[in-house]
Design a protein around this ligand. Structure first.
Ligand code: BDR
Ligand code: CA
Length: 361
């Protein structure tokens, strides 16, 4: 199994990232750090604990990380995730185990990763990159040691895939979801993102799961119903866990619909966990078909990624220049991997497999 550390800001789609990391049989979840982002650090931390409780993994420890970016105020996303970060359900249980406060969270992450054999562990980031930036600035030896860094963040735009971003009335173009240029996780702490994406040791180990990919994986009504009902059960007998996840998806679908007019919200974050499975060798993958997700990076194409850090945060609906934009230029040799496609059916089957395993806990 692949050792994984998850840094997240739950967040409706982060919930599914936690589900995959905690229940995929080929992954071993080492621990979770939380970060400001979709909501305050206090809320994202409480949410992570609740989700672990709900999916039967209260044994996984949660370490509260950064409250705000290095050099800016925190930005949250109540228009998408509600004020709690996980609005839309009353079925979230309270965590039975409090978050860990007696060790620095960045040190906890470093210790857990360095305790794994070299070139085995993955670090997955599904929130803004403040904790990850602090980790590699404080303990640069972790960069050499890990196998990979998977980040949900950024947007490439025009022609990268044939999936257009949904435009708002009056807009000529849009590649981002927070401003016309910027994706939320990168926008919140662009300095942290730039410190990671421009690090020459890290970038060849980095996979960026950009909006261009995540907008291909929409939790449409038929998907929401697959989450609620198994092939043999009906909605009325659905487990509490299925009802909770369904209610979260319905809320997320409604906010995406009112903000972007989209029929089904992109389930961004679990893709950053799923892509880790592509690092398994082909013999193992043949024996374990649930690890084959068809991520397509056009035979290993690589990019130099630059983050625009000029400008100030404005209201999330205002145009604030290109702050937080990720500019990706193809490079020969070493650079960041940005997959362009994924096998949609295989991805949803994977989510459902992990849900079934969670129900058995
Ligand atoms: C990212 O921003 C957050 O709102 C989601 O949880 C996801 O990580 C998508 O832009
Ligand atoms: Ca997130």
């Amino acid at each position: 199994t692949i050792p994984v550390w998850l840094d997240c800001d739950p967040g409706h789609d982060d919930v599914f990232a936690i589900l995959l990391a905690a229940h995929h049989p080929s992954l071993n979840l080492l621990g979770i750090t939380t970060v400001h982002g979709n909501s305050s650090l206090a809320n994202t931390t409480a949410n992570a604990g609740s989700v672990l409780e709900a999916i039967g993994r209260p044994d996984v420890l949660v370490y509260p990380g950064s409250k705000k970016p290095f050099s800016r105020a925190a930005v949250h996303a109540p228009d998408i995730h509600g004020y709690s970060g996980l609005d839309g359900t009353d079925l979230l249980p309270k965590a039975s185990r409090p978050p860990v406060l007696d060790i620095n969270p960045i040190l906890a992450m470093r210790n857990a990763l360095l305790a794994q054999p070299p070139n085995t562990a993955w670090l997955v980031a599904t929130g803004t990159l403040t904790n990850i930036g602090l980790l590699f600035a404080t303990f640069p030896e972790v960069a050499d040691h890990i196998r990979g860094l998977s980040i949900m963040g950024g947007a490439v735009g025009e022609g990268f895939t044939d999936v257009p971003m949904s435009r708002l009335p009056g807009e000529e173009s849009r590649i981002g979801n927070t401003t016309p240029w910027a994706e939320f996780n990168i926008y919140c702490d662009p300095e942290a993102a730039q410190s990671i994406l421009s690090n020459p040791i890290l970038s060849p180990k980095t996979t960026l799961i950009a909006l261009d990919l995540t907008h291909q994986v929409l939790a449409t009504v038929p998907i929401q119903e697959r989450v609620l009902k198994t092939t043999t059960s009906q909605a009325s007998t659905a487990s509490k866990l299925r009802r909770m996840l369904y209610e979260l998806l319905v809320f997320f679908a409604n906010t995406y619909h009112s903000r972007f007019g989209m029929e089904g919200p992109p389930l961004h974050d679990p893709l950053a966990v799923a892509v880790v499975l592509s690092s398994l060798n082909s013999d193992y993958q043949q024996a374990h078909p649930d690890t084959v997700l068809g991520f397509n990076d056009k035979n290993g194409e690589r990019f130099a990624v630059q983050v625009v850090t000029d400008g100030q945060h404005g209201s999330t609906t205002a145009v604030t220049g290109q702050l937080g934009r990720t500019i990706a230029k193809p490079v020969e040799g070493q650079g960041v991997s940005i997959p362009r496609a994924v096998d949609n059916d295989a991805f949803w089957d994977l989510v459902l497999l992990c849900l079934e395993r969670a129900e058995q806990c």
